[in-house]
Design a protein around this ligand. Structure first.
Ligand code: TRP
Ligand code: ZN
Length: 884
């Protein structure tokens, strides 16, 4: 852990590196109580700094024991270099030289899971963003790209598999039961893409023939007991490879592509060149143990990491301020892939729901930052929803503005122009502009201005002139360090619906003919008027279709308008959106009534929309499930000026019960019609949609507290042929008042699956998220469960993360005990794993959203964390910014 106060790094301070590293030769000697890392670097002064004396060479390094340094094969004495907490400095004597360094590290004690560490019995690495400096002294920055050759040496019995990036070029035996393997990666890469794995792993083999006819070996490495759970990841990989060829013309480049699954991992997965390392939760999927959601996550993450081979590896980032260059683009790519593989509309609904509940909250909070941040203290804190999800929305808008063909011309030029380079978001935009003769000067404000814009639209119909005027106003709230915002370019996809819900022809004033029945307007001014002509009757506009921009849309729809759109909008996404916004409106109204102490009465229109949707066989069942699922508590908190935790929880729960009671008959008949869930499990979109609706209905039916629902639920729990159905039944039981059945089910589940860590994560999560009273005590009890450990990030997320993020009622207990508990865990995690500690802080940083007593309690816990010893830069940055 660094001891000095972390400093702030600014984008405007970017300078080219003084030195470059043409070749990197690494040798790892792995032992149980330490590892030796020998590096030999072929270096040269960067031509950009030519002339004058050679500058000192400052290498990054952290938590290393330096054992030796040699310049051009001359060992240096300790007076020839300076070492501190974070660097090694020495003075080169020539423009080109070879630097050899040996460091000693202790992977077995590395609980931060950054650099070289042990997970279970295996050695593995995580170098993004700045983990390589915990392996050896190096120029650990993405604009220094080098060709790597890596030799791994270890004991053969425990570590029969030795892997690194690229191709295996040699291997052999050593005395004393040790062996070695040498890997060579022909593609220059920054250190953050370096990877090494050594362990006792089972290998699943497959192959892929690329579009030019080259054969690529595909391998997934897992612990032997997981060998049956890799089929879905392998299929997803092959589909991703084909899709990137078809949609982007991008072919894989090495002869081998490897994925390794590890249990202890800070994030989802990592795109190391030719050797992706995955959190096992994003690889393993078997119908008996993984839910449909897990299957979809595996597919998406495999695709995401694979797509990075072009958007991230072949073309990488110049500096970490450009992180969204690879992440936003790659999330957009994986979202489009998932949309093509499954239901496009449902995928979009899921992503928009997630963005609005979470990224909007981030954008309105103390850590708000632009898609391309101006400054940071700890880069690990900037792997955010803004960089990833909002970044993807920005790329999506570019795709919308250019059209699929224009966008493809732009990405072709981008990859061609910058292959092998480390570039910026501006370079990406320039390629799209140059390929399309477009001008994105104003559009680029999406990269520099933080905050969620509000787009206020008003419509006025004039029957006499048959015109419809659309007045658009945009504004953007202040965010930390940014008070004045300039107008964005907001692509507004829309249609105008007639009284039957049909789309009418769209002809803008000044145009000689209609442009079709759906169009994209570019809103570029703070205030802007669009006039449609030849509009034969008063229309109802269907706005921001497909969520064409990450903004908050305000339009003065009446509840009847929303009902109409929910029933008739030909656009599936906007049908859902109308039902959703109707539900938001109803819930917000009831929250006010509840606060005023008046009795609750449900607007029958919400009920009728749900009834109609339930009876509509032409709708995708997954869509029906999405509509029935009311806006989340988290989203209602986000929308509130001051969130009333008790009222939000009470009212949402009450509405769910009202719907269940009133629609019980319709729900039962649809539930039965969807089949009993038996029959062979299939992971296709259609089967998943069926299970999704059926289990949503089971959740509702259990709210009626009928004995029939209980027995159907218990039966489903016992007899389910897959984890999706079993888990849905468990969730319903855990959230029910049926103590005996609940405990029996939890007990049975834990007994049966205790050897499956990922299933136990679900078991922890379901209980941690249960809103029933006494939640904190239950979570505290579970912390002592033998399957729980603070050292495994998945366990921390499953128990503490689920409690703090998905259990509004219990986390926000009025006495502050929920906050105190989470703060205690953060203080403990700060010592073990600063990245995870920092992530667990998010719910506490949202204190401004709540009532004053809660604000005080939350701030007190943040202050207590800030005052604790040995604060990591990760935790320090988030806590200090959220208290500022
Ligand atoms: N580049 C990874 C991705 O696919 C992100 C990542 C994986 C990461 N592991 C990490 C970032 C650890 C920071 C720390 O999105
Ligand atoms: Zn990524």
């Amino acid at each position: 852990m660094r001891t000095e106060q972390p400093t702030t790094i600014h984008l405007t301070d970017y300078r080219q590196p003084d030195y470059l590293i043409d070749e990197t030769h690494l040798t790892f000697e792995l032992f149980e109580d330490h590892a030796l890392v020998h590096s030999r670097l072929a270096m040269r002064a960067n031509a950009a700094g030519e002339g004058g004396a050679l500058p000192p060479l400052v290498l990054h390094g952290q938590d290393l024991v330096l054992q030796s340094v040699a310049l051009d094969e001359q060992a240096l004495t300790a007076d020839a270099w300076q070492v501190d907490d974070s660097s090694l400095t020495l003075q080169p004597q020539a423009r080109e030289f070879e630097l050899a360094i040996t460091t000693r590290i202790e992977p077995q004690n590395n609980t931060a899971l950054e650099g070289l560490y042990k997970s279970g019995g295996m050695f593995c690495t995580q170098c993004e963003a700045e983990g390589f400096r915990k392996i050896t002294y190096y120029l650990d920055r993405p604009d220094v790209m080098s060709r790597f050759t890596t030799t791994v040496m270890a004991e053969r019995g425990s570590y029969p598999v030795l892997l690194s990036n690229g191709n295996l070029i040699a291997s052999g035996e050593h005395e004393g039961g040790r062996h070695w393997a040498t890997w060579e990666d022909p593609f220059p890469k920054p250190a953050y893409l370096f990877a090494l794995v050594a362990g006792d792993l089972y290998r699943i083999d497959d192959s892929f023939t690329t579009m030019s006819g080259r054969e690529v070996e595909l391998r997934i490495y897992v612990e032997p007991e997981n060998r049956e759970q890799c089929g879905h990841a392998m299929d997803s990989l092959k589909r991703s490879m084909r899709w990137d060829e078809e949609v982007y013309g991008r072919e894989y480049d090495l002869d081998i592509f490897m994925i390794v699954a590890v249990n202890d991992f800070n994030m989802g997965a990592m795109e190391n060149k030719g050797l992706n390392i995955f959190n096992s939760s994003c690889v393993l999927a078997h119908p008996d143990t993984a839910t449909d959601m897990a299957f979809q996550r595996v597919e998406a993450v495999v695709a995401h990491e694979y797509f990075h081979n072009w958007s991230g590896n072949r073309v990488t980032c110049r500096d970490w301020f450009q992180l969204s260059l690879k992440e936003g683009f790659t999330v957009f790519r994986d979202a489009e892939f998932s949309a093509d593989m499954n239901s496009r509309t449902v995928k979009r609904i899921e992503d928009v729901t997630f963005l609005r509940a979470n990224q909007f909250a981030e954008d309105a909070g103390p850590m708000a930052h632009p898609v391309r941040p101006d400054s940071y203290m700890e880069i690990s804190n900037f792997y955010t929803l803004t960089i990833y999800e909002k970044g993807a929305e920005v790329v999506r808008m570019l795709h919308t503005l250019l059209g699929a063909e224009g966008f493809r011309k732009g990405t072709d030029l981008y990859f061609e122009r910058h292959d092998g380079q480390a570039v910026t978001c501006d370079d990406f935009i320039a390629a799209l502009e140059d390929a399309n003769e477009a001008d994105f000067t104003q559009f680029k404000r999406w990269y520099s201005q933080a905050g969620t814009p509000v787009l206020q639209v008003d419509g006025r119909y004039d029957a006499a002139s048959s015109t419809f005027q659309l007045l658009c106003r945009q504004s953007c709230p202040a965010t930390p360090g940014q008070t004045e915002k300039l107008p964005f370019v907001i692509p507004l996809r829309l249609a105008l619906l007639d009284g039957e819900g049909r789309e009418m022809p769209l002809q803008l004033a000044g145009e000689t003919q209609a442009r079709g029945t759906e169009t994209v307007l570019a809103v570029t001014e703070a205030e802007q008027l669009f006039v449609f002509e030849n509009v034969r009757e008063e229309p109802l506009p269907s706005l921001l279709r497909g969520f064409s921009a990450p903004v908050k849309l305000v339009y003065p729809y009446s509840r009847d308008d929303r009902v109409f759109l929910a029933m008739h909008d030909p656009d599936g996404f906007n049908r859902w959106e109308a039902a959703q916004s109707l539900a938001v409106d109803v819930l917000q109204g009831l929250i006010g009534i509840h606060q005023a102490g008046r009795p609750l009465l449900l607007d029958q229109r919400l009920l009728e929309v749900h009834r109609a949707v339930l009876k509509d066989d032409s709708l995708d069942p997954a869509m029906v499930a999405e509509i029935l699922r009311l806006p989340s508590e988290a989203y209602l908190v986000e929308l509130a000026e001051e969130a009333d935790v008790e009222a939000i929880h009470h009212v949402r729960d009450w509405v769910r019960r009202e719907l269940a009671t009133a629609l019980a008959e319709t729900m039962w008949s649809r539930f039965r019609q969807l089949g009993d869930g038996a029959g062979a499990y299939r992971a296709d979109a259609e089967s998943m949609a069926r299970r999704s609706l059926r289990n949503t209905l089971l959740g509702y039916l259990m709210l009626t507290e009928s004995s029939e629902a209980l027995s159907v639920c218990v039966q489903q729990f016992v007899e389910a042929g897959n984890m999706t159905d079993r888990q849905a039944a468990l969730v319903a039981l855990v959230n029910s008042p049926h103590e005996q059945q609940k405990h029996a089910a939890l007990e049975e589940f834990a007994q049966r699956w205790n050897a499956y860590p990922l299933v136990m994560d679900q078991w922890f999560s379901i209980q941690a998220a249960s809103p029933l009273p006494g939640g904190l005590e239950r979570v505290q009890g579970l912390m002592k469960h033998p399957a729980f450990t603070l050292r495994n990030p998945n366990k921390v997320r499953a128990l503490i993360g689920a409690f703090a993020n998905q259990n509004l009622a219990n986390f926000h207990r009025a006495d502050g005990a929920g906050y105190r508990f989470v703060a205690d865990q953060i203080i403990e995690l700060n010592r073990l794993n600063p990245q995870i500690a920092s992530r667990m802080l998010t719910p506490l940083t949202r204190w401004r959203k709540f009532d004053e007593p809660r604000q005080l309690l939350m701030k007190a816990e943040l202050a207590r964390i800030l005052a604790s010893d040995d604060l990591s830069p990760d935790v320090y940055e988030v806590v200090s910014k959220s208290l500022a």
